[in-house]
Design a protein around this ligand. Structure first.
Ligand code: SF4
Length: 553
């Protein structure tokens, strides 16, 4: 037995959390879901929690978890020639039938290869015999096409029954992959070819029965879809240490820069009665003291006030903190916060995105600025001291006024409502399937110059704490998210270099990526410019756009 107390944060490896599910493996389909980042990040991911509980709900399936280890534990495994194991039964990863990965963040892709290697699993899809490596949470799967056997495109809950049924009926990897490739929502990269000819990506089927174009799947009836009620309670604090009660999926707005809107389209809501029942049951099963109502835009939920009314007394008596993490500011905010303020932990995050109205219009960002400042005053009068505000920059059409406008906006906000401002200023990354997927990404020198202008515009000697995303990371995000199959070799090189240095993705290094691109003879700027006629992901059909939401209550 490994003595986990020898490593930093040993709770990461212990498992045995409250509500953990442990089953005997005998006669069951063995699945491990892996997260290519730390336990603290992975356990904050709602998708992982849903899929873990959903798969374990099948009597003949055992689903366990594995996370990206800390660098000290990874080095230990390497030195001792031990394999990375699942948390639940400490089973080596190469003993499972299916390893499922969440690929929601491009810069974690080399971590995925580290996990495979540490788990004793061959990296390339063709080198694995019967084990299937599956990916989800990804919009453009092409950069990982050489490593992943099977992708789920869209929301797994919708196809879980079909997936398990095929695993029951077929036991040979090739048979499983063929059967799955004939179903909407699954993509087996080796059954397709993709090549760039005359500035256009050409896609062909290699296995004649595989689907083309591919369709993403989405949960038709969110209100009746599976939700984990026996909420896992970690032994250590995690990044989002609260129960996420998903009130809606998708977003009825259409901000031009937003990938999430397209990825989770169409917009769907759960009923108030379903949600109140979920809050009660999850609290009873877990004793968790902080809950948050999760959706891409909580104030667009049709019955947000009734929902808060329904749970407020229950929460107050039990000292449960409630938060609404993604509010759009309008007159509802003041009213809601008057209700929420007696509950212990409330937090407020507001997305402004652009300071001036002309750019906000271009972004299709709905925001009534008069109501925004009114709401800020009300929030301050309620005794809230801090708020978090989001801005973006790096849009091709913005000028200096837009950038300086951020500082002016913050100055006015300080004057009108004496709030302490935590300001997150993110770089626009044009992502697949967003309305602006074809917009060029700005170069590092331009982004650095813009960042400087914004920074200089922010009043000093005021309690305003700006934080910026790194231009190099954003550029890399753009390159990988828009990448084609050629990027597999770059990701592999980055993985190899990190492993050689014993780094295991601990620190982001632009130099390692830059070297890898050069060694592969790939100019990453090609992907920033996006000048091709179509894109590497054009074989995947667009999701239905946000439709008028039918009230479910
Ligand atoms: S409000 Fe805009 S940015 Fe936020 S999720 Fe909806 S479409 Fe995206």
């Amino acid at each position: 037995m490994t003595d986990f107390k020898l490593f930093q944060k040993p709770q990461r490896y212990i498992g045995n959390e409250w509500n953990v599910i442990k089953k005997h493996h005998s006669g069951k389909i063995k699945i491990c879901i892996c997260y290519p980042s730390s336990y603290e990040v992975g356990m904050s991911n709602l998708g992982l929690r849903i899929i873990y509980s959903l798969l374990n709900d099948y009597g003949d399936v055992v689903c366990e978890r594995a996370f990206f280890p800390g660098v000290d534990y990874a080095r230990f495994l390497k030195q001792k020639r031990k394999k990375l194991t699942s948390l639940e039964t400490k089973t080596a990863l190469d003993e499972f039938e299916i390893l499922g990965f969440n690929f929601n963040y491009e810069l974690n892709f080399p971590n995925f290869l580290h996990i495979l290697h540490l788990g004793g699993v061959p990296l390339r899809a063709e080198a694995r015999k019967n084990l299937i490596v599956m990916g989800g949470g990804i919009v453009n799967p092409e950069p990982l096409a050489n490593f992943v056997d099977l992708f789920c495109l869209g929301e797994f809950e919708e196809v879980a029954d079909k997936f398990i049924d095929i695993l029951r009926r077929f036991k040979i990897k090739e048979d499983r992959l063929r059967a799955l490739s004939e179903i909407d929502g699954f993509y087996v990269p080796k059954f397709y070819s993709s090549s760039l000819i005359n500035n256009k990506y050409i896609f062909d089927k290699i296995y004649p029965y595989a689907k083309l174009p591919l369709k993403k799947v989405y949960v038709r009836n969110l209100d009746e879809s599976f939700y984990p009620l026996k909420w896992l309670v970690p032994h250590t604090s995690i990044v989002h240490d609260r129960v996420q009660v998903e009130i809606a999926r998708g977003c009825p707005n259409k901000c031009t820069f937003c990938q999430a809107q397209a990825q989770y389209s169409p917009y769907r809501e759960r009923k108030v009665s379903t949600l109140t029942d979920m809050v009660r049951k999850i609290f009873e099963f877990s004793g968790y003291e902080n809950f948050s109502f999760l959706s891409l835009s909580a104030s667009d939920y049709s019955h947000i006030e009734s929902l808060v009314d329904e749970v407020i007394d229950y929460s107050r008596v039990r000292k449960i903190g409630l938060s609404l993490p993604s509010l759009r500011v309008d007159d509802i905010v003041g009213r809601l916060y008057k209700k929420l303020i007696p509950l212990k932990k409330t937090s407020l995050t507001l997305a402004v995105e652009a300071a001036l109205p002309a750019l906000r219009n271009e972004l299709n960002k709905r925001l009534d600025i008069g109501k925004f400042f009114e709401a800020a005053k009300i929030i301050h009068s309620l005794g809230i001291k801090h708020i978090k505000i989001y801005f973006m920059f790096g849009f091709p059409q913005e000028d200096d006024e837009d950038l300086i406008g951020i500082g002016q906006f913050l100055r006015r906000l300080r004057q009108e409502a004496k709030l302490i401002l935590n300001v997150s200023i993110n770089i626009f990354v044009p992502k697949p399937f967003s309305s602006w997927e074809a917009v060029p990404m700005q170069e590092e020198s331009i982004l650095n110059a813009k960042r400087k202008i914004i920074l200089e515009s922010i009043p000093r000697n005021e309690p305003i704490k700006p934080s910026f995303s790194y231009p190099q990371k954003s550029i890399l995000e753009a390159v990988i998210s828009r990448g084609d199959r050629r990027l597999s070799s770059v990701i592999y090189r980055v993985y190899s270099k990190e492993a050689e240095l014993g780094e295991y993705g601990e620190n982001f290094s632009w130099d390692i990526w830059d070297e890898a691109f050069k060694e592969e003879g790939i100019d990453y700027r090609f992907y920033l410019e996006a000048k091709t006629e179509n894109f590497p992901w054009s074989f995947i059909a667009s999701q239905p756009r946000a439709e008028a939401c039918e009230s479910v209550n």
